[in-house]
Design a binder for this molecule. Structure first.
Ligand code: UGA
Length: 447
């Protein structure tokens, strides 16, 4: 009989995973404790912007015309326990308030709520990003609380999906990593992932702690790569070099690679920043803090980028204060093709300038609603053209395709001053300069 799957937590990770599991042919029950989210999903609506996810969802949600009907949603743990053979835990693990450490309370609540309903053999699979050591602890907790006892196994199966590519990354993962304590868990996960495995996705089996570390070390490496190139951008600025050329040149070395070498205002989002910090905190608890002190520097290089962007803007405006100056900000989300503004460098820069007296108007293709919620006192415009109207300087802070396709001449007609600062090194300097703009970017020569 085909396995029945539950997915607990329906945020970016869970909603995508649930829809993808239905696409792979399984009967799926998604669970969330927020009833509004469940109602939306049950109508085939995704509570966030993620390309392709709504289509995927609508192909499978029961009750939608033409859908396979393999995907349903609930708020009941009792129903989830009775339904599933494999339970994926996809709840979030944010940074604790006022601390670097990871807040495990959602993971713990999910385990505690599910366990009493596990009355027959089942596999619980953690996908949330957790501090190393969590899986071993949760396995004990599960065995003690589940009526089926030792017939309930735990596996850890970290997720590497990128926002904006979540559907593709889930259906066609570049690797499947599983931390297990027994062969049965491995067998079941091979069954769950049979389709991507047949397509050739590597399947890497290991113990719990290694699987937890794979996730945090992957994100730390990515963050290190970005901060490395941003450190080079600082040196380029001091030496009048060009970090874009530098990145292109070193990227040809296959050992270095071209990807994740785009200098700019740095990384943000719900993962990289908090994962670095939680990793440092956990290493400290384990007595291995020295091994990760370099991550403190990675974090501070990254946070410096935001302040630097503010100073570059001040400089472009003549070096005085921001009072009475109109600043247009293109981009609010932490990356393009997402509506996520969590720890967004773009919104942070906009906020800093606003708090220093600048009149800031923001436009973002998808992030306006979330940005307004986080920063209601900023000005918002409905289009890029409206945002730049009367601006003394324009800041390009999230690299949406829409911004690369803007016509510098059209924008030039409505701004007060043709000045643009590219915080993402994603616009074509020659194009803007030809249209009479002064163009400056982080880590590139002034002229
Ligand atoms: C990141 C990882 O890339 C995923 O593999 C991982 O699964 C995910 O976190 C997670 O832990 O769930 P994501 O947060 O979607 O994915 O974002 P990234 O694509 O990694 O970008 C992070 C930030 O780095 C963005 O603000 C982006 O603008 C910035 N970035 C990226 C740069 O500044 N330069 C670059 O060259 C690349």
């Amino acid at each position: 009989m085909a396995l029945k799957i539950t997915v607990i937590g329906t945020g970016y990770l869970g909603a995508t995973h649930a829809a993808a599991m239905a696409e792979l042919g399984f009967e799926v029950l998604g669970l969330d404790v927020v009833p509004e989210k469940i109602e939306m999903l049950q109508r085939g609506e995704v509570p966030m912007y993620e390309p392709g996810l709504e289509d995927l969802l609508r192909r499978h949600v029961a009750g939608i015309e033409g859908a396979s009907g393999r995907l349903r949603f609930t708020t009941s743990y009792e129903e989830a326990g009775a339904f599933g053979d494999v339970h994926f835990i996809c709840v979030n693990t944010p940074q604790k308030h006022g601390e670097y450490a990871c807040d495990m309370s959602y993971v713990e609540s999910a385990f505690d709520a599910l366990a009493p309903h596990l009355t027959r053999p089942a596999l619980v699979v953690g996908k949330s990003t957790v501090p190393v050591g969590s899986a071993a602890r949760l396995a004990e907790r599960l065995a003690a609380a589940a009526p089926a006892g030792a017939d309930v196994e735990l596996a850890w199966n970290p997720e590497f999906l990128r926002e904006g590519f979540a559907v593709q990354d889930t259906l066609h993962p570049d690797r499947i990593v599983v931390g297990v304590a027994g062969e049965r868990a491995e067998e079941l996960l091979r069954e769950v992932y049979a389709t991507p495995l047949a397509e050739g996705s590597p399947f890497i089996v290991m113990d719990y702690p290694t699987s937890e570390l794979v996730k945090t070390s992957a994100n730390s490496f990515l963050a290190t790569k970005i901060s490395f190139i941003n450190a080079m951008a600082e040196v380029c600025e001091a030496a009048n070099g060009d970090v874009v050329k530098l990145a292109e040149a070193i990227g040809h070395d296959e050992r270095i690679g071209k990807k994740f070498l785009r200098a700019g205002i740095g990384f943000g989002g719900g993962c990289l920043p908090k994962d670095l910090r939680a990793f440092m905190a956990r290493a400290g608890e384990l007595g291995a803090d020295q091994a990760l002190t370099f991550l403190r520097e990675i974090d501070s290089i990254n946070m410096r980028r935001r302040g630097h962007m503010v100073e570059l803007t001040r400089d472009a405006l003549g070096g005085g204060g921001f009072l009475g100056k109109r600043v247009a900000v293109l981009g609010a989300t932490f990356k393009p093709d997402s509506d996520d503004v969590r720890d967004s460098p773009a919104l942070n820069v906009a906020g800093q300038i606003h708090l220093q007296g600048g009149q800031v108007t923001v436009y973002d293709p998808k992030g306006m609603e979330n940005a307004r919620r986080v920063f209601p006192t900023l000005g918002y415009a409905d289009t890029a053209l409206d945002a730049v109207r009367g601006a003394d300087v324009v800041l390009h802070l999230t690299e949406w395709r829409e911004f690369r396709e803007l016509d510098p001449a059209t924008l030039g007609d409505v701004v007060a001053e043709r000045r643009i600062l590219d915080g993402r090194n994603a616009l074509d300097p020659a194009l803007w300069r030809k249209a009479g703009w002064s163009y400056r970017a982080l880590g590139r020569p002034k002229a």
